[in-house]
Design a protein around this ligand. Sequence first.
Ligand code: HEM
Length: 192
Amino acid sequence: MQAKNDRCTPKNSNSSMLKQTSRLSPKQRAILTETFRKMEDDGKRTGVNIFVRLFAEYPNYKAIWPQFQAIPDSSLMGAQELQKHAGVYMSGLRNIIASIDDNEALAEQLKKIALTHLKWGIRTFHIEVRNMLPEVLATVHLCMNGITPEVKDAWTTLFAVIASMVEDFRLDAEQKQNYRKGQGGLAGPVVK
Ligand code: HEM
């Protein structure tokens, strides 16, 4: 049986998801594959770097991750929990990049990410312009010893697609009044 959040509606139907993934051009897909390969040369460091930057900029974000809440701010940067989540995050990105040339497979990966983030109250602004994207771009810059406008554009488009899908699934869940916290429903107050 399909989970409530998994039902197809106009917003998260296959065609709507494919419309999102088709925003990535073949050139951008090639750039993403190539740059991610470089980021994975030292994948652990890359992942940790993204999160260290994110928490330096937004210390209040610690509250979003249940496993970080009890860790004092002064210990978070070196904490095992952060290292572990950085690895989980990189494997999420790896699955996305591994599917980048196949719109159906890519839509499936992004759907998984969108659904798992519903209950944590993650919104477009967490992923895009203001928050995670700048830290990812800074990390790409570090791994590539520089960043061209094309590379920046490819990562920006990918994160815009991810953010749109997270938003579509959130709006859909909201419409269904699926508010049961902690069970795939929507989170409480959003941490900004
Ligand atoms: C491209 C963007 C992102 C990717 C690829 C990504 C990847 C992942 C993955 C793979 C997981 C594990 C999912 C699972 O348990 O099955 C996860 C969990 C989580 N992510 Fe993200 N994430 C992204 C953006 C974000 C952002 C922007 C935030 C918050 C500001 C966030 C907060 C969380 C939280 C709170 C969890 C659950 C923590 C846990 O239980 O371990 N994620 N993420």
